[in-house]
Design a protein around this ligand. Structure first.
Ligand SMILES: [Mg+2]
Length: 344
């Protein structure tokens, strides 16, 4: 196989605010693996500020595998076997490993003429709708965004201001859709327990990552006293974190870039189910390349946050399509990705 790496600056439709930053552009890396003239694509967004993975670091780590990849034939070895072989080299850079692993699954499916979810033996007839994420902004702007996407059945509202309950009360006035919230580590245990009562009255579905990632003592209290379910995100990064979250969260939000790709995400989902936890898979503002990979996991999930392409002003590929929260697979096998090669 041959490996080519591409870099894009994905322009966001609106500036996107969460508790710790606001962005207008998302830098991203696309890995392309090629065999027999067929290309498979995977994606990992750069996240310098919180997780520390830059485009340059991903390029450097993936380029270190060029020689070995040339000796591999994807009709003789599976993507999950290659994941294990490359893991020692990419352990410190799960974002890079995700881009490669996702590209290998896309190519593997294309070579076999089957969709990736089919290769995993899944039944794709049942899958959750994706939420649409509303970033932190002035309340009027948040309301406007919600009304612009008013046909979507589920919204994820980013919180972490000094007036979070006011935001939710105002948003609830303009929609009857399902609302879930994500505080991105901004609250204390006491605030979360108190806020959960107000949020329950506002018919909120669950609270994602209220406390800082390592505040396990606080999470224990929240787990016991919150009147709404609590889902881990920043506290659930690597495979072993699923066990740590058990008894501290009601569920986990798995991000493929953080754990190192679709291969470990499948294992994490399986483990969370064994522990009888709720399972969500989330995105990091990926383009259609990354979302098409993530979408292969949907038949296994309770919740999905796969709205990346809907947040972009321009996309770089075709693959899954999203219509009012319903994610549909393309007719192309693998993850179904066709890269257009430029922003369009
Ligand atoms: Mg989150």
């Amino acid at each position: 196989m041959e490996l080519k790496l591409h870099e894009f600056d994905l322009p966001l439709k609106y500036k996107f605010g969460i508790s710790r930053e606001t962005r207008t552009v998302q830098k991203t890396v696309i890995a392309e693996v090629i065999q027999d003239g067929i290309s498979g694509y995977g994606e990992a967004v750069a996240n310098h500020k919180y997780y520390g993975f830059t485009v340059e670091k991903m390029f450097a780590d993936l380029n270190g595998l060029q020689e070995d990849l040339k000796t591999r034939n994807l009709l003789e070895i599976t993507p999950d076997a290659l994941w294990s072989i490359y893991h020692p080299k990419l352990k410190a850079n799960p974002f890079a490993q995700c881009a490669l692993d996702m590209a290998l699954w896309d190519l593997y499916g294309k070579l076999k003429g089957k969709k990736t979810w089919e290769l995993w033996g899944l039944d794709a007839s049942k899958r959750p709708v994706t939420d649409y994420t509303i970033g932190i902004d002035d309340i009027e702007v948040m309301k406007k965004k919600l009304l612009e996407f008013k046909d979507w059945p589920v919204f994820k509202i980013k919180l972490g201001t000094d007036h979070d309950m006011e935001i939710m009360q105002e948003l609830r006035k303009v929609t009857e859709a399902t609302l879930r919230i994500d505080a991105n580590c901004a609250w204390t245990a006491e605030q979360t327990i108190e806020f959960s009562k107000t949020l329950k009255e506002l018919d909120v579905e669950f609270i994602e990552q209220p406390l800082p990632a390592e505040d396990w003592e606080g999470m224990k209290k929240v787990y016991e006293k919150s009147v709404l379910p609590v889902i881990a995100d920043e506290s659930c990064v690597h495979e072993e974190d699923v066990d740590r979250c058990h008894g501290n969260f009601h569920g986990v939000n798995i991000k493929v870039v953080k754990c190192g790709g679709l291969t470990p995400a499948l294992r994490m989902i399986r483990r969370a189910r064994e522990l009888e936890m709720k399972v969500m898979v989330g995105c990091m503002t990926e383009s259609t390349v990354g979302i098409s990979g993530i979408a292969q996991l949907m038949p296994l999930l309770d919740y999905v946050d796969a709205d990346g392409p809907a947040l972009l002003a321009k996309d770089i590929a075709t693959g899954v399509t999203i219509d009012k929260g319903v994610v549909s697979y393309s007719d192309v096998p693998g993850n179904g990705v066709v890269l257009s090669g430029e922003l369009n």
